[in-house]
Design a protein around this ligand. Structure first.
Ligand code: GAL
Length: 388
């Protein structure tokens, strides 16, 4: 049996022993105005929501009448294709319970010829050189990994910037996560179409510090984005063969890094801690960075670090999950933290189904801050309006 299946099995057994009530995998979402963590969650067209490894935020979007408005936007992986070539899907909502599908906003290519024959791709890439087209296909062909997409609205340029984990095999290694890069796509609308711009290695371990994976510099895999109150953008990602998290400041366009100076442009968080699935937020002037351990699709124990300054000293706040199932994050992996209209914080986790990825579920739970520490408790069914 492959090791990851064994890990899945052991974790499933642990869940049965310690958190039986969390295994309502086949519950249907019958109540419309509440969260049912782990249940099938349909969009307003009655289709299961496909926004895995995603991000939820309140965002400026077109109002459909030529102006702009603010709505909740959920960006994530549409996993109907399976493991690779996942288009990026976007949904919108006003109440966080009912989500309308706005389309697959960044699409992968079945063939390189599509860039000349299919009007959708022709409009995006038709004017590229043959060399550029070959490169685009090598990055976003349907056999490539496109995971954990995240979006920011860039006020300076009035456009939308999407970063994602862009991966695939290389000539040296058939392992589908050998590329280890951050992909970038840009659009004038959050509803797409997004044009793939390129993929990049990011910040590198500076001289004088111990690089946990010196043979492959600047790797970027699981990632997230964060915009601070002053509009400064950050990309947070796992690097050094998933051993060290990095936070790098973005340039004013959010399309690249601000620079290469350690402590000014980027910081490494607890080198060698082996964390991924990062989420960065700010609450009451303090920054919180949540992450998972690195066990593939299998759930594991979450951890939070917090700091007063992004480039400053980070404190290990331990496991944020409290109660039965805390050792496996209530059978989830972190992907989002966001605020409800009344200011209440919500944790968004993925409950992956490694044998049928498109049937992976969403587990949204209430977040509290106890003595400056982020905490997450299990709820069978809940609303953000209650208990605030
Ligand atoms: C997880 C990661 C997912 C996906 C998966 C593949 O650790 O968070 O986004 O890459 O591994 O095994």
């Amino acid at each position: 049996m492959p090791f990851h299946r064994l890990v899945d099995l052991v974790l499933a057994l642990l869940m049965l022993l310690h958190g039986g009530e969390m295994l309502h995998a086949n519950r249907e979402s019958t109540v419309e105005d509440s969260f049912l963590p782990g249940a099938v969650w349909n969009d307003t067209d009655g289709q299961p929501i496909q926004a895995h490894g995603g991000q939820v935020q309140r965002m400026i979007v077109p109002d459909g009448a030529g102006g702009k408005t603010e709505r909740y936007v959920w960006v994530g992986e549409d996993k109907r294709n399976g493991h690779t070539g996942n288009p990026v899907a976007v949904y919108t909502s006003d109440d966080l319970y009912h989500w309308s599908f706005q389309g697959d906003v960044l699409r992968s290519l079945e063939t390189p010829e599509q860039m000349d024959s299919d009007p959708y791709f022709q409009a995006l890439y038709g004017s590229c050189t043959a060399e550029e087209k070959a490169d685009i296909f090598a990055c976003i062909g349907q056999d490539k990994v496109m995971e954990r997409p995240k979006m920011l609205y860039n006020a300076k340029n009035d456009n939308y910037v999407l970063w994602f984990h862009s991966d695939g095999s290389t000539e040296k290694n058939s392992y589908s996560y050998d590329v280890g890069m951050a992909g970038l796509a840009v659009s004038d609308s959050p509803f797409g179409p997004f044009r793939f711009v390129g993929r990049y290695r990011l910040s590198q371990c500076p001289p004088g510090q111990i690089d946990c994976y010196p043979t492959s510099k600047g790797e970027a895999r699981d990632m997230n984005l964060f915009a601070d109150d002053d509009g400064t953008g950050y990309i947070v990602y796992t690097s050094e063969n998933n051993k060290t998290l990095y936070i790098s400041r973005l340039n004013e366009d959010y399309t690249g890094l601000s620079g290469e100076e350690y402590g000014v442009d980027y910081v490494r968080i607890f080198p060698g801690a082996m964390r991924e699935a990062p989420v960065l937020i700010k609450e009451d002037g303090r920054y919180y960075l949540m992450s998972s351990s690195t066990t593939g699709w299998a759930s594991n124990e979450a951890r939070v670090w917090s700091a007063d300054r992004i480039m400053g000293r980070w404190r290990n706040d331990g496991n944020p999950c409290v109660g039965r199932g805390q050792g496996v994050s209530f059978d989830t992996q972190s992907t989002a933290l966001f605020q409800a209209p009344n200011g209440r914080w919500i944790y968004g986790g993925d409950r992956w189904n490694s044998t049928n990825l498109s049937d992976s579920r969403y587990v949204w739970l209430p977040v509290t801050f106890e003595n400056g520490k982020l905490q997450i408790h299990w709820e069978q069914e809940w609303t953000w309006e209650d208990g605030a």
